[in-house]
Design a protein around this ligand. Structure first.
Ligand code: MIG
Length: 796
């Protein structure tokens, strides 16, 4: 037993509940022992596929029967291959939304020692012993899959890697950037307390990774929700404890792979615009008056804000869907007055339902059989914040509806966004795995299954229930959900945040890699607790973290119970001012963020992108992780070390403008950049048009001139919520020496929202302007423009 954990839990949790947690851990151990014994009745023999017996063509693919195992290979599209090894049950496709792919034509040939399956873009050699070699049509070998080994019910498969290959993704990881040289668990887990570099697994593991290598990039997704493990060294070695071994192989650039992967697993919906603003939270705001005071202080200090979060203390004894009436009885009034200041209220919800005879939701769930059970049919008794709890079984469609039907209890009090926590799922136990006994029974849409199968899917399905409820009860609004855990496909329902990251410089550095890994795993929206969750950041660390937060999709300050306050005004004036100007920049950039949200919704492109996005084929970029892109045009080089006065930044080819002071740098190359405490080095790509909103009716289009060549910008606008009209304006053109020519096109019927638009030039002065064929007045670098179709600018 970990004494430290126990003491901490007693301190937070009291003696009685800590004693219950011990009882729970003992019970879980006993049940897990039984489970283990059941599983290992007959000693299992490891089996390779054995020799090929027969094969036959099927639509877009081939089926092969080896002596021991069978294989099905299907070209879902010309660049997407599905590989399914059996025996083992195929997953209920919770992660998948289906696809409209036409498949690919195929051709089967007899090759040396096996068969060759040819499509229009890929060629797979299948050897008679079950080894796969995937080539592109130029003949480059992209991937080898050794014959998988089936032992009992588990699968293991290795795939040798090119020495230069880099591997990224696997969901949320705190293990550096390139994942080569490590072993990673596929099992959602609350690290407990807080985590730092090297902690594995975390809350959201997703069996998806991207491989960058000289002969062509690919993405692999294993559609198997069981517990597993992947080791990435000279080869990737993946293991799953049960189920069929099914994977999808996608070929192309990272952008293309994510486009394809999110066609299969779903795109993130368009978020409400407010969610891209700043969120303030902490565990420990005690009452509605506390919240009101926080909101007022934001106003008083001239700090823009969009949402305030209520952590678990708002509930009555941690009973979900209740409010502690003495302190939060007037939440409706609170939310209404916040609404006047354009601030939304977000409440946390945990899955555990308190066992309490007098608690109606519990009684109802018990009567209707909504909880996960043990094999004896009784609800599984577990323990979390409320004390003894039962857990809803989200693999049951009736439970999803029953649970979701309670959301109005939050929505009716003016709550707008919902934050799902503890859904790994996590139970309190002073030792061992802090989750359900593996023998716990789940419905699986009536099919039945245990917790080994349900565990990694639990959050996905809880989020699905929440998402569907928000759509049902607020059909005119876009749902906004935040979730700690998740699985493949979860981007359809919720945003991610990186959980209880420790307060340290090392954790700040790691957070960049973690967020980029989450982004490459299909989640377009991620963010971290500004300042770290668990500690007391000094002003420098707080500000550096705030600077990173300002340029990440989900921007929220949050911290643990007992940490000192860290709202911006609790720091000295210099820090307060710096946070103010960052917040102002964040809100000016809102049209840019919103346009990126549209791109994510259309193509699955994450908002945060690793540096190699600009040139995936340049191997020198693959491992850069102390800088990154926000969308196509903004490159951030956050300061991640204490006392750092300057840092090196790699600038890709082209010209780059420092966002804050407009100094121009020419790439490619590494430059040393000063790192003034109050600013995060940020660079705008020459050739970009960055839309900055000055007020709801005033827009500045900042044109950063390239030396020569292409200029482009995009701007998505709509009402900010709901499902009515939108518009997408595209400006494109070029610079040739002293002449700039730009054309605007648009789609969608939403009226142009700005009454005042200014085009501002960076990098040169204006001598003359012609707008839609007429001479037009201008200042040195600014042009007041109506909505033009075409503009020609002559530079001085
Ligand atoms: O056991 O709700 O990650 O953000 O403040 C800890 C209390 C439960 C963990 C979340 C954190 C939240 C905290 N929760």
């Amino acid at each position: 037993m970990q004494i430290g954990t126990l003491l901490r839990s007693i301190q937070f949790f009291g003696i009685a509940d800590s004693a219950r947690a011990i009882r729970y851990a003992i019970l879980r151990d006993r049940l897990d022992r039984d489970y283990q014994q059941m599983a290992s009745k007959d000693p299992a023999e490891s089996q390779s596929p054995g020799p090929l017996k027969w094969s036959r063509e099927i639509p877009h693919g081939i089926e092969l029967q080896f002596e021991h195992t069978s294989l099905e290979l299907v070209f879902l599209a010309r660049d997407v291959l599905r590989i399914s090894w059996k025996p083992g049950e195929l997953p209920i496709p919770y992660a998948i939304i289906g696809n409209a792919w036409p498949g690919d034509w195929i051709q089967l040939e007899q090759g040396q020692g096996g068969l060759v399956l040819k499509g229009s873009q890929l060629r797979v050699e299948i050897s008679n012993d079950g080894r796969l070699k995937i080539h592109n049509l130029e003949g480059s070998l992209l991937r080898i899959e050794n014959p998988p080994v089936h032992t009992g019910e588990s699968w293991e498969q290795t795939s040798p890697l090119d020495p230069q290959a880099c591997i990224f993704g696997l969901g949320e990881r705190a293990c550096g950037w390139n994942l080569r040289g490590g072993t990673y668990q596929l099992w959602n887990k609350d690290p407990g307390g807080s985590y730092g570099l090297g902690h594995d697994p975390l809350y959201m593991s997703i069996p998806v990774y991207m491989c960058m290598q000289p002969q062509g990039h690919y993405l692999v997704f294993y559609e198997n929700p069981y517990r597993g493990e992947i080791t990435i060294e000279d080869a990737t070695k993946v293991q799953f404890e049960r189920g069929a071994l099914r994977s999808y192989f996608f070929h192309g650039s990272p952008e293309h792979c994510l486009d394809r992967y999110t066609q299969l697993t779903g795109r993130p919906p368009m978020p409400p615009r407010w969610s891209l603003g700043y969120h303030q939270s902490r565990w420990g705001y005690k009452s509605q008056d506390d919240i009101r005071e926080i909101a007022e202080s934001f106003k008083k200090h001239d700090l823009p804000i969009s949402a305030i979060h209520l952590d678990i203390d708002y509930m009555d004894g941690y009973r979900v869907f209740t409010f502690r009436e003495d302190r939060f009885g007037a939440v409706l009034e609170l939310s209404q007055s916040l609404q006047e200041a354009d601030i939304k209220l977000v409440t946390i919800i945990d899955p555990g339902v308190k066992v309490d005879r007098g608690y109606q939701f519990f009684q109802d769930g018990l009567q209707k059989g909504m909880f996960c059970t043990l094999p004896n049919g009784r609800p599984m008794l577990s323990i979390v914040w409320p004390g003894w709890v039962h857990f809803p079984d989200f693999t049951d469609p009736n439970v999803r509806t029953w649970w979701g039907d309670c959301y109005p209890q939050l929505l009716d009090r003016g709550v707008t966004g919902i934050w799902h926590d503890m859904n790994e799922p996590t139970a309190f136990a002073p030792w061992g795995d802090k989750t359900f006994p593996l023998i716990t029974q789940h419905s699986f849409e009536g099919q039945g299954g245990d917790h080994l199968r349900a565990h990694n899917l639990y959050a996905l399905l809880m989020n699905r229930a929440g998402f569907e409820a928000l759509k049902k009860f607020k059909p005119e609004r876009r749902p906004w959900l935040l979730s700690r855990a998740g699985y493949a496909g979860g981007q359809r329902y919720a945003w991610n945040w990186t959980g209880d990251v420790e307060t340290s410089w090392e954790a700040l550095r790691q957070t960049v890699a973690t967020m980029l890994g989450v982004s490459l795993s299909g989640f377009a929206y991620t963010g971290s607790d500004v300042g770290g969750f668990s500690g007391a950041p000094d002003p420098e660390l707080y500000l550096r973290w705030f600077q990173l937060g300002a340029f990440t999709p989900f921007f929220r300050t949050h911290s643990a119970m007992g940490t000192p306050p860290r709202e911006p005004w609790t720091f000295e004036e210099e820090i307060l001012q710096a946070t103010r100007s960052l917040l102002q920049m964040r809100y000016r950039l809102m049209p840019y963020f919103y346009t990126l949200a549209w791109a994510a919704h259309q193509k699955g492109t994450p908002l945060l992108r690793p540096t190699f996005w600009v040139d995936p084929d340049d191997p020198t970029l693959w491992e850069i992780v102390d800088q990154f892109f926000l969308g196509p045009d903004l490159m951030l080089a956050p300061v991640l070390n204490s006392g750092e006065l300057e840092r090196e930044v790699y600038l890709p080819s082209g010209s780059w403008y420092e966002l804050w002071d407009d100094s121009i740098f020419a790439g490619p190359g590494v430059r040393t950049i000063p790192t003034d405490l109050t600013h995060i080095p940020a660079f705008v790509r020459g050739g970009a048009i960055l839309p900055l909103e000055i007020s709801p009716t005033e827009l500045e289009l900042h044109l950063y001139l390239p030396d020569e060549g292409e200029i482009r910008g995009e701007l998505y606008s709509d009402e900010g919520d709901g499902y009515l009209e939108y518009r997408l304006d595209r400006i494109s053109g070029s610079r040739q020496e002293k002449l700039i020519q730009l054309t605007r096109t648009n789609e969608g019927d939403y009226p142009w929202p700005y009454t005042n638009t200014v085009l501002t030039l960076h990098g040169a002065k204006i001598s003359a302007v012609e707008l839609d064929g007429k001479d037009w007045v201008s200042e040195e670098t600014r042009i007041q423009t109506p909505l033009f179709d075409e503009i020609v600018i002559e530079l001085a």
